[in-house]
Every structure is written in structure tokens, then in C-alpha cells.
Write a protein that binds this ligand. Structure first.
Ligand SMILES: Nc1ncnc2c1ncn2[C@@H]1O[C@H](COP(=O)(O)OP(=O)(O)OP(=O)(O)O)[C@@H](O)[C@H]1O
Ligand SMILES: [Mg+2]
Length: 259
């Protein structure tokens, strides 16, 4: 069974960084194979994982609709699309990555999107974990990719506005009828402890912070140096906070640290 972990949250709150640290945790605990899905149009999960992305699903879809694809005789459109989608999977030792890329342009994408959904569902069964980095809206979770989420990680910064967005996301999950087994609230880039105003805002939503990830200069340094976040040391405060959350969520389902 594949465990699906999906990120949600307002722009710039740290979804991609935390997705990378979740993958770091899984790697450390020998939970491979892992499929990372970058569902943000402005893709950058590959960078954070140190993987080079040449082709995105978006470009395959665009080619398909531009009739740039000449389908070999005897091959169905569906088989050909699957072949092309396969070509957009970046493989590495323990993590494979599929990058959605920019959204579709004009035209009808129902057919290729349905093929894509099935492709990802079929692909995912080969992995122990699927970690999906998303853009702020969650619509595509139901539209383009999987709608079954075991762990939804809702990321907010340490601000009252951010907490309000958590409320919107919680509403969206209900509206979209997503099958979310559990949702966790993460306050990222916290300056120290959590301000009582934030705690009150969360209380009003009937939730609490499941993890508080501190401001961590190492993340900014790695960003500047373009080093993968999966290589952050165990001593990084952000790594420690994410590891703590993962221990709680997976509650001993994985073995001890392998590296
Ligand atoms: N705990 C942290 N400490 C310090 N810097 C952080 C932390 N988390 C994230 N950042 C920085 O904040 C910025 C935004 O992070 P990130 O790209 O992960 O957010 P995002 O939610 O994925 O953004 P987007 O919505 O644009 O995809 C990045 O420059 C990242 O390096
Ligand atoms: Mg991002």
C-alpha cells in the first residue's frame, strides 16, 4: 500500500522546503521507493531534491493537444500518452520525480487528464510513499492527480493571515470532497514560540499546530548555494521539527534511521 502525503498552504509558506524535508526523513528511514510529485505550475521540487527535470507532464499535454505528437501506427492514443508520461519520470536511486509543470492552455484536456490520472494511480502502487508538493489551491488534487490523501500537511507561516488561510484550506478540502484521512497543521518559519494570537486563531478553527518549524538559516543558505535540502544535517532545527512530526505521524511504522 502506498502512503500519500500531500502539501497544502498559501504561497511561499514553505511547502516545497518541507516536502523535501519529509522526503529526507523517509530516505533516512529506508522508506524508499518514494515517488515525489511536483504539482506546482512553478515547479521547483526537483531543485530542492537535487534532481534535474528535462520534461514535464504539462509539456506532454501541450504537445498532445497541439497535435505535435505523431502517434505510431497501430498504437492507441492512450498507449502513446502513457509512453510520453513515462518519459517525464525522473529516476534516481531512491526517489523518482514527476513534474506537472505549467497548467494546460486553451482546448479540451479531459482525455489526456484522465489518462494522466490513471497513469499516476498505476505508477504510485510501485512506491511505498508518494509525496506531493502542491500549489496554493487544491483543485488539481481532484482534477489531475490523486484524490486519496493519507496525510495532508497544511503549512502556514507564523501570521494571523496565514492562519486564516488554513481555515480556507480546511473548507476547500470539504468542498472538493477530497478523501483525506488525516490533516496536520504546521506553522513554519516560527520566530520562536507560537504567539498567543496564532494559538487563538487556530483554536477558533478547532485545530492546533501539530508541528512548529523554526526559522532556519540553513534552509536559506542551501537555497542560495543551490544545495539539495535533503542534504541538510540532522542538527538543522527545521529538520528536527519535521522529523518530530514524521515520527508522530508514522508512529514507528518505519525502522530506525538508516544512515
Ligand atoms: N523554516 C524555514 N526557515 C527559513 N527559511 C525557510 C523556511 N522554510 C522555507 N523557507 C524559505 O522560504 C521561501 C519559501 O519556501 P518554499 O519555496 O518552500 O515555499 P512554498 O510554499 O513552496 O512556495 P510557493 O508557494 O512559491 O511554491 C524559500 O526561500 C525557503 O528557502
Ligand atoms: Mg513551492
Amino acid at each position: 500500500m502506498t502512503t500519500t502525503i500531500a502539501m497544502a498552504g498559501k504561497g511561499g509558506t514553505g511547502k516545497t522546503s518541507l516536502a523535501s524535508l519529509i522526503i529526507r526523513y523517509l530516505l533516512k528511514h529506508n522508506a524508499a521507493p518514494i515517488l515525489a510529485v511536483d504539482a506546482d505550475a512553478n515547479a521547483n521540487l526537483g531543485w530542492s531534491l537535487g534532481l534535474t527535470v528535462d520534461k514535464t507532464i504539462g509539456s506532454v499535454l501541450a504537445d498532445f493537444n497541439d497535435v505535435k505528437m505523431s502517434i505510431p501506427p497501430g498504437m492507441t492514443k492512450e498507449a502513446y500518452l502513457n509512453l510520453k508520461f513515462n518519459g517525464a519520470v525522473v529516476e534516481s536511486k531512491s526517489v523518482d520525480l514527476i513534474t506537472m509543470g505549467r497548467g494546460e492552455g486553451a482546448g479540451c484536456y479531459c482525455f489526456p487528464n484522465n489518462v494522466l490520472k490513471e497513469f499516476i494511480d498505476k505508477l504510485a502502487v510501485n512506491y511505498r510513499f508518494l509525496v506531493m508538493d502542491n500549489e496554493a489551491g487544491l483543485e488539481h488534487l481532484s482534477r489531475r492527480t490523486t484524490d486519496n490523501v493519507d496525510e495532508l500537511i497544511i503549512v502556514s507561516n507564523h501570521s494571523v493571515k496565514g492562519v486564516r488561510t488554513i481555515g480556507n484550506i480546511l473548507d476547500l478540502v470539504k468542498e472538493l470532497n477530497l478523501n483525506v484521512k488525516r490533516q496536520s497543521i504546521v506553522i513554519n518559519q516560527a520566530p520562536g514560540g507560537v504567539d498567543p494570537m496564532i494559538v487563538e486563531g487556530l483554536n477558533n478553527l478547532g485545530v492546533k499546530a501539530d508541528a512548529v518549524v523554526p526559522m532556519d538559516n540553513l534552509i536559506a543558505d542551501y537555497d542560495l548555494e543551490q544545495k539539495p535540502l535533503t542534504e541538510l544535517p540532522d542538527s538543522s532545527p527545521a529538520v528536527r521539527a519535521v522529523d518530530g512530526l514524521m515520527e508522530k505521524l508514522l508512529a514507528g511504522r518505519l525502522g530506525g534511521a538508516g544512515r
